[in-house]
Design a protein around this ligand. Sequence first.
Ligand code: B12
Length: 219
Amino acid sequence: MIVMDKEAVFRNLMNGIININSGETLNATKKVIELGIDPLEAIEKGLSAGTKIIGEKFQKLEVFLPELIMATDIFNEAMKILKPEIDAKKITQVKKGKIIIGTVHGDIHDIGKDIVAMLLEVDSYEVHNLGENIPTSAFIDEAQKIGADFIGLSSLLTSTMPTQKDLIDALIEKGIRDKYIVIVGGGPATSEWADEIGADGYAETAADAVTLVNKLLKN
Ligand code: B12
C-alpha cells in the first residue's frame, strides 16, 4: 500500500514538472513530507525525472524557453519545501573531506550541481558550493583558501565544457595539479571526456558522484 503511494507521489512530482503545474508539484511535495518518503529519492525519481523529460521536449521544440524557466521555478519551490528535511539528515560528525563545487563560467545551470552538493553534504563532506557561472580563477582561489581535497565542475552546455579543461590546465600551469582531485559532471560530460582532459573522475548522477568521491578518497 505504502509502495503504491510512494510511486504515485513520484509520478505526480514528475507530471507536475512536465505539465508546468505548480499546484500538482507542490501538493505532491507536501505528500513527500507527510508520508515520510526519502526526499532525495523524491528528487531523483520525481522532480529530476520530470526535468529530464521537459528538457527533451525543449530539444524537440515541443516546449520553449519561458516554459523551461517556469518548470525550473516550480522545481526550486519544491526544493524549498524539501530542503529542511534534507538538512535534518546531515550528520554533524567529523567531515570526510572538503569539496569545492560549482558550475563553470558561461553556464548558469545549477539544479543538478546543487543536488550533487546536497548529497555529498548528507554523506559527511564539507561542501563549498560556489554557485554557477564561476570563473576558473575563483575555483582555484577558493580551493587554495580552504585547502580543498576535491574540485567538482558542472557544465551542461557543450560550449562551456572546454572550461572544465581550462581549470585542469590552469592547475598544471601553477604546479598544483596534484593537490586536488578534480571531478566533472553535467549533461554532455562522459568518462571518456574526463580521461581526455585529465580529470580524476566523472559521474553521471548525484548518487554516482557520492560513490565516486568516496572511492577516490580511499585511493
Ligand atoms: C532546466 C534547464 C535550463 C534552465 C536552468 C535553470 C537552472 N537554475 O539550472 C534555464 C531555463 C535557465 C536554461 C537555460 C539555458 N539552457 Co538549458 N536546460 C535545462 C534542462 C531542461 C534541464 C537541466 C537540469 O536541471 N536537469 C536536471 C538535473 C537534476 O540533471 P543534471 O543537470 O544533468 O545533473 C545531474 C548530473 O548531470 C550530475 N551532475 C551535474 N553536475 C555535476 C557535477 C559533478 C562534479 C558531478 C560528478 C556530477 C554532476 O548529477 C546531477 C544529478 O543527478 C536541460 C535539458 C537536459 N536534459 O539536461 C537544458 C539544456 C542543458 N539547456 C540547453 C540550452 C541550449 C540552454 C540555453 C542556451 C537556452 C537559450 N537558448 O538561452 C540557456 C543557457 C543559459 C546559460 N548560459 O547557461 C541545452 C544545452 C545544449 C547543449 N548541448 O549545449 C539543453 C541540453 C536542452 C536541450 N536539449 O537543448 N536551461
